[in-house]
Design a protein around this ligand. Structure first.
Ligand code: KIV
Ligand code: ZN
Length: 512
């Protein structure tokens, strides 16, 4: 049986998904969950990209103790230096160095000849090797690169000190047979190939990311890269939960295994979905709401007689449980705290106090508080605690079929001043958002608005996700409440507060 290492890039390639904008504590929360899932490597970000990226990579590298943390770097000295500063405190500092190798990228992006690209790659690997014990080198757009040239540059970077060679299908263009042939070609034409491990990194533009990654394993790759729920640039990356479960269920075929704790998959998927605001499609393999639902009568009949007739994966394998424990308004602090720690949520005693009062408040109005509700409350509290500039004090919306919707809002501002406004709109949300715009300083445009219920039932909590342009900068926010209008107001304010927080962190002036 061959061990396949799992390289998770949810926080780097995944965070490059359009509209995704994770803050520091959200990234840390995801990294902690990836640690529990037991991925081998976490790519925590691109340290040279921004101050925010640098500090989250640094914080994750210093706090994650069971897996290797890496950061992306272009083949330039300043990127490598900044990655070293961010990663040096980790248990196994590892650099992910890349340069584009395809003719299109060489000509139009890098404006470098083949020889110049080799020289830049070799020099940067040598420089990085003076700092990092492990260097992963990636040939960006490898799959559209001339094979003899790819083999040549791979040999050179191995000689310079790279120990993992990654072959990305950057634009999601390759077919499974061709991808397998690239790995075979490198195995046959790179003299030092046995000194390194090979990694596959596939994008899903043609819907082939999983097939391509699996074919790479059949052709010698011992590491696969991807993201939770398959999020990422454009159509996304290979979904790690799909890869791991495919290898597990078809062990007879692939003769391979991963270290992933498969029963942590559902929790990881739902955490990533909540924090990124990227909803998991109902029919998504492994983690979709319908992935284990048998609808047709013939299927239901078969499953009742013998599960294996139509079920190749049990929901329990990936951590879905039908009998999740329920807390209510009579539950005490002890039961609440125990349940949070059973759910793997790391909360200190100070936080428990404020979370418990939010819980009690909601439990008074909602009969049963499920695990999903508890996770949502904790994430909501953690998200908003560092970014409270505007706080909602009071909100009233009047709506009637023959009436102009009107909203009145009271907020407290950053100096604890009280701000009160009222406005109208075509519908309740428009009236509410017009009012909130009057309360905050600067122009706001709503770019996206999504609403979801947390679990089932008429009394389910509402989770709203918004993307705004505030003072010319895109920002996103989430809001949770039992009422949809309150959740909408909270999401809006969270997005504004996060932008103010980021601006303060990077000391940038307001543009609008
Ligand atoms: O898709 C890609 O080529 C990448 C590299 C930076 C590894 O994400
Ligand atoms: Zn990528």
């Amino acid at each position: 049986m061959q061990k396949i290492k799992i390289f998770d890039t949810t926080l780097r390639d995944g965070e490059q998904s359009a509209g995704v904008n994770l803050n520091f504590s959200e990234k840390l929360e995801i990294a902690r969950q990836l640690d529990r899932l037991q991925v081998d490597i976490i790519e925590a970000g691109f340290p040279a990209a921004s101050k925010g990226d640098f500090s989250s990579v640094q914080h994750i590298a210093n706090s994650i103790k069971n897996c290797s943390v890496t950061g992306l770097s272009r083949s330039v000295i300043s990127d490598i230096d900044s990655a070293w500063e961010a990663l040096k405190g980790g248990i196994e500092p590892r650099l992910h160095l890349f340069i584009a190798t395809s003719p299109i990228h060489r000509k139009y992006k890098l404006k470098q000849s083949k020889e110049q690209v080799i020289e830049t790659a070799v020099n940067s690997v040598k420089y990085a090797a003076s700092k990092f014990p492990i260097i992963q080198w990636s040939a960006e757009d490898a799959c559209r690169t001339e094979l003899p040239y790819l083999a040549e540059i791979v040999e050179e970077v191995i000689q310079a000190g790279a120990s993992v060679i990654n072959i990305p299908d950057t634009v999601g263009y390759i077919t499974p047979k061709e991808y397998g042939e690239i790995f075979q070609y490198l195995n046959n034409h790179v003299p030092s190939i046995n000194k390194v491990s090979l990694s596959a990194h596939c994008h899903d533009d043609l819907g082939l990311a999983i097939s391509n990654s699996l074919v790479a394993i059949e052709n010698g790759a011992t590491q696969v890269e991807g993201t939770i729920n398959g999020i990422g640039e454009r159509a996304g990356n290979a979904a790690l939960e799909e890869l791991a479960v495919a290898l597990h269920i078809r062990q007879d075929y692939y003769h391979a295994y991963t270290s992933l704790q498969l029963n942590e998959i559902s929790r990881t998927s739902s955490l990533v979905s909540k924090l990124t605001g990227m909803v998991v499609p109902a029919n998504k393999a492994i983690v979709g709401r319908n992935a284990f639902a048998h609808e047709s009568g013939i299927h239901q009949d078969g499953v009742l007689k013998e599960k294996s007739t139509y079920e190749i994966i049990s929901p329990e394998l990936v951590g879905f449980h039908s009998n999740s424990m329920v807390l209510g308004k009579h539950s005490g602090r002890h039961a609440f705290k125990n349940r949070l720690s059973e759910l793997g949520l790391s909360i200190d005693d100070k936080e428990i106090q404020s979370l418990f009062s939010v819980f009690k408040d909601l439990a008074d109005r909602k009969k049963e508080m499920t695990d999903e509700d508890l996770v949502a409350i904790v994430l909501e509290e953690q998200m908003s605690k560092e970014t409270r500039f505007y706080e909602l004090i009071h909100l009233q919306v009047q709506y009637g079929t023959n009436q102009v919707p009107t909203a009145t809002v009271t907020l407290s501002g950053s100096q604890n001043e009280v701000i009160q406004e009222a406005s109208t709109g075509g519908g309740s949300i428009e009236a509410l958002y017009n009012t909130l715009e009057k309360c905050v300083n600067g122009e706001v445009n709503l770019l996206d608005y999504r609403i979801q219920s947390v679990g089932a039932g008429r009394d389910a909590l509402a989770q709203v996700y918004v993307k705004l342009k505030y003072c010319e900068v895109e920002t996103s926010g989430r809001g949770l409440a039992q009422d949809v209008l309150e959740a909408s107001a909270r999401a809006y304010l969270n997005a504004i507060n996060r932008e103010i927080y980021m601006r303060k962190l990077t000391k940038q002036p307001v543009k609008g």
